[in-house]
Design a protein around this ligand. Structure first.
Ligand code: 5GP
Ligand code: ZN
Length: 114
């Protein structure tokens, strides 16, 4: 997608602090972190929202979770815990329409979300 912010980050056209990369996904620091750790994991493939995940993308979505959990463990968050969030569309507050998994960690978090 030529006009997608996260495709541009994937392609190096917009800078980001990349903390994880493999052949399926990319992890980079959120520009407006909501906790000591706030990393976004995106598939290299452009998928706009959770609504657009196809059956063929099942492994890819699992891959995002595995990568996020690995980084959470490396940063020492595994035992205390962390939150993984994918916002879908307006009511959930999605603002960038390239699928992304938020890894938020390093402080206690409330539930339910606002
Ligand atoms: P959403 O609200 O769509 O679930 O999350 C989008 C996230 O992308 C937000 O947490 C926001 O801070 C982050 N974000 C927006 N623009 C940029 C950017 O240019 N660079 C980075 N690293 N993060 C961004
Ligand atoms: Zn994109």
């Amino acid at each position: 997608m030529s006009n997608c912010l996260f495709c541009k980050i994937r392609d190096g056209q917009i800078p980001a602090k990349v903390v994880y990369r493999d052949d399926v996904c990319l992890g980079f620091e959120d520009i407006n972190p909501q906790a000591p750790t706030h990393v976004l994991f995106i598939p290299l493939k452009h998928i706009a929202t959770v609504n657009d995940i196809a059956m063929e993308d099942r492994e890819l979505v699992g891959h995002l979770y595995t990568a996020a959990a690995r980084l959470a463990r490396e940063r020492g968050h595994a035992d205390k815990g962390y939150r993984l969030v994918m916002n879908c569309n307006e009511d959930a507050g999605q603002t960038v329409f390239h699928l992304h998994l938020h890894l938020v960690a390093g402080r206690p978090m409330g539930w339910p979300p606002g």
